[in-house]
Design a binder for this molecule. Structure first.
Ligand code: DX5
Ligand code: ZN
Length: 328
């Protein structure tokens, strides 16, 4: 089964940018560090709004190196799919609710070596995508009614569909992507990220007058990651990366020896007197603290040494003061 990367990427939608100055919008998206550009194509029929088509995308293509995700909210994508592929779209996502055959268009996208996606309106069940599952690289979950930017995020829709979407992509050992489109902003990013989606489409939140797009992208990405870490941890606060954990407690002379040994392998060790046992010399055992992220490797490398040191400590305790290294 495919699993989430846990590192949500941001696809910036230009829908709410100044459409008279798209080149500038792309320049800003690029400078902001967004991962993708999400291009909303509307035909005034599938949705009650019109935007731009393949020709515009072709001209935008040379303005940035960022991947282009085309989101076609059009009734008859089969008529123009070749143009969108020629225009340089890296992925093309069409809607499952259209009335023409879907499979040939998905095949055309894949035959061109691009990623093929299906999107579904909030009210469409995920089961509608099942017949096409083997042809899908992307499942795009709409969390607003398609057609306009700036609507409110439907969190319940995402919560119900995120896992089924992932399962639809189980044929992809790698590279399958779940996208969420609609209403993602600093208020909703954590919740969206918590569902493990791979790509967050962000439109109106980026194009607020006076807003720093780069900061917004970083904020939304960070919040989504935070949500993912909490989600992975059953809703509990995740372990901070820099937390220190004890890999053992030893009398001072043995603790120092082990610390030197572990540090030779590049892992920093802090020796602290914790609430360990009090030794015959009146001094407590020292905890050997290492960064939580390195604890696994320390155990792997040093468990035998640690066992030896424990045995040594026991021997020292029973023979003290004869075995006191301070008197040796
Ligand atoms: C809506 C479009 C979205 C839109 C998202 O039909 O598919 O991609 O740009 O805009 P926000 O982020 O404002 O919901
Ligand atoms: Zn979209």
């Amino acid at each position: 089964m495919t699993v989430s990367t846990g590192r949500a990427r941001i696809a910036a939608s230009v829908l709410d940018a100044d459409l008279g100055n798209l080149a500038n919008a792309l320049r800003r998206i690029d400078a902001a560090g967004a991962d993708r550009v999400h291009l909303d194509v509307m035909d005034g029929h599938f949705v009650p709004n019109l935007t731009f088509g393949a020709k515009t995308i072709r001209h935008l293509r040379r303005r940035t190196e960022l991947p282009f995700d085309a989101h076609l909210m059009i009734s008859e994508p089969s008529r123009s799919i070749d143009q969108f592929l020629d225009a340089g779209c890296d992925s093309v996502t069409i809607h499952v609710e259209i009335e023409e055959p879907i499979e040939p268009t998905l095949r055309a996208i894949r035959d061109a070596g691009r990623a093929a996606g299906l999107s579904l309106r909030p009210g469409t069940p995920m089961s509608a995508l099942e017949p096409y599952a083997p042809l899908l690289d992307i499942v795009m979950i709409m969390t607003v009614e398609p057609g306009f930017g700036g609507q409110s995020f439907m969190g319940d829709v995402l919560a119900a569909k995120a896992q089924p979407a992932r399962e639809l992509l189980r044929h992809k050992t790698y590279g399958g992507e779940v996208h969420v489109d609609g209403g993602i902003n600093r208020e909703t990013a954590e919740q969206a990220g918590g569902t493990g989606v791979d790509v967050l489409v962000v439109g109106s939140a980026l194009f607020v007058r006076g807003r720093n797009i780069g900061r917004e992208v970083r904020l939304i990405r960070a919040l989504a990651d935070e949500g993912f870490q909490y989600g992975m941890n059953g809703g509990e606060p995740p372990v901070p990366r820099d937390r220190l954990v004890s890999v053992g407690a030893l009398p001072k002379h043995l603790a120092r020896r082990m610390a030197d040994e572990v540090e030779r392998g590049g892992v920093p060790v802090i020796m602290l007197r914790g609430d360990g046992r009090i030794n015959p010399d009146g001094v407590r055992d020292y905890d050997l603290l290492v960064p939580a992220s390195a604890a696994g490797i320390v155990h792997e490398r040093h468990d035998r040494d640690l066992e030896w040191a424990q045995a040594e400590a026991e021997a020292w305790r029973t023979t003290f003061p004869a075995g006191d290294p301070a008197q040796a």
